[in-house]
Design a protein around this ligand. Structure first.
Ligand code: 4AD
Ligand code: MG
Length: 430
């Protein structure tokens, strides 16, 4: 019977054949332990000299790392391994013999591993991170489907910039100028006026020259947009969404979290509602924590976010930022013109901002005023004004950065390990 590693529980004490790669091995005179992987998981294959032909035993001892094989043997329980099963091998058929695989079990530097990212993805930790990423994507579709949202795909080639004009990848679009999308939000607002509650999931591009553990040049964002929804209501959807993702990963990725040595107790505590503090309060907190030079009106950097997050064991919403440091489309607080109805959601344990969102300006004349202040009067932005001309409604939305969320839940330091092929300031390879 041909199967895969993630299905072996169904074949306890039965003989199966699995297509695998040899991840690692150790052997003595009488026994060889082969660490096998097939993409769905990892399992230990045991070859006992006394139970196989001499030829098979010698072959098992001489197999090279990352050679591809068909292995046949019996699935047995193994209470010592976190996976719970091992395979007692009888036959090994070599499909392709690999020589000099560059990533050996010894320690390698990050740059070396990044240069070999196409191979590094095969390793156990990277495999676990990709599984968690996949689970978050699955949970996202489930959550928004269940809440009545429609998946909409905004364009990637655009004529307009959503988040300011300095961080764009520029390209020629025949005779016109075009940019790679920084955010699907503006088009998602149009979609919300057609379909009510919508969400997108796609790649976005930022040409900012940031070299931090939280910044990618190309990253994937989930962007919900909701008609007839207030800022407060949007925060509730955000916290429920984050809790849903967390529960889904905790339920389906137990082994992956163990492989990553993630402290799951801190993750199990994550439950909506999340605390909310205003930007004003955040400034006071920072001053109390010794950031004596922070001034009202400045944006927060990673150290500020981390310091604020330390006071909470839940993600925390920082709301009502000064208008001047936020995007042109954010709706002013009706009680106070200098701040906007927005929130950033800051993850615990120093993983930083995972969501940015706001209520959107729905008043045509105020939007026209913002256009003037931000020099957006060009043709590319005219369609966006139509949304305020024809049946304008209060609406709100947000963007969750997938890689930062994967980093937080997986407990990995740097977002470069949370996407299969990271695009970084100095990296377009592989
Ligand atoms: O805060 P941002 O820039 O918000 C927007 O783009 C809005 N238009 C979203 C919306 O309201 N529809 O980005 C949203 C999130 C951030 O909170 C962060 O998680 C992630 O996207 N993000 C990045 N992730 C990795 N690398 C980068 N360079 C990122 N920039 C933002
Ligand atoms: Mg932001």
């Amino acid at each position: 019977m041909k199967t895969t590693i993630n299905q072996v529980a169904k074949y306890l004490n039965q003989e199966v054949t699995i297509g695998v790669w040899l991840a690692n091995k150790r052997s003595s005179g009488k026994i060889a332990f082969l660490q096998l992987r097939d993409g769905t998981g990892f399992i230990q294959g045991v070859v006992v000299k006394a139970e196989v032909s001499e030829e098979t035993f010698q072959m098992a001892k001489s197999l090279t790392q990352e050679s591809s094989l068909y292995v046949t043997g019996t699935i047995v329980e193994d209470t010592r391994s976190p996976f719970g099963y091992e395979m007692q091998l009888k036959e090994i058929e070599v499909i392709h013999e690999a020589t000099d695989y560059p990533i050996t079990p010894k320690e390698h530097g990050t740059e070396f591993l990044m240069d070999h990212r196409h191979l590094w993805l095969r390793s156990k930790k990277q495999h676990a991170i990709m599984q968690i990423r996949n689970q978050i994507i699955q949970a996202t579709y489930q959550f928004f489907q269940k809440e009545g949202f429609v998946k909409v795909d905004p364009p990637i080639l655009t004529g307009s910039a959503a988040e300011g004009t300095t961080e764009l990848f520029h390209t020629k679009y025949f005779d016109e100028e075009a940019y790679l999308s920084q955010s699907g939000q503006l088009h998602m607002e149009a979609a919300a006026m057609a379909l009510g509650r919508v969400f997108s999931f796609g790649p976005t591009f930022r040409a900012e020259k940031s070299k931090t553990r939280r910044h990618l040049i190309e990253f994937w964002m989930i962007e919900p947009e909701m008609a007839f929804v207030t800022h407060e209501e949007s925060l509730e959807i955000q916290e429920n969404y984050v809790q849903f993702i967390m529960e889904s990963v905790l339920e389906h990725c137990t082994l992956e979290l163990k492989i990553l040595e993630r402290n799951v107790e801190t993750l199990e505590k994550i439950k909506a509602p999340f605390p909310r503090i205003t930007y004003d309060k955040a400034i006071d907190m920072l001053k109390e924590k010794g950031f004596s030079d922070v001034e009202w009106g400045e944006d927060f950097g990673a150290p500020h976010e981390t310091a604020i997050a330390e006071s909470f064991d839940q993600p925390v919403f920082i709301t009502h930022y000064p208008k001047d440091i936020k995007a042109f489309y954010m709706k002013p607080d009706p009680d106070r013109d200098d701040v906007v109805l927005c929130a950033d959601l800051i993850a615990p344990e120093g993983y930083g901002e995972i969501i940015g969102g706001s209520a959107r300006i729905d008043d045509l004349s105020l939007m026209e005023q913002r256009y003037e202040e931000h020099n957006l009067s060009g043709d590319a932005y005219q369609w966006y004004l139509d949304l305020r001309k024809y049946g304008s409604v209060p609406h709100a939305g947000f963007g969750l950065g997938l890689e930062r969320t994967v980093a937080w839940i997986s407990g990995v330091e740097h977002v470069r390990e949370t996407i299969p092929f990271p695009r970084l300031l100095n990296r377009l390879y592989p």
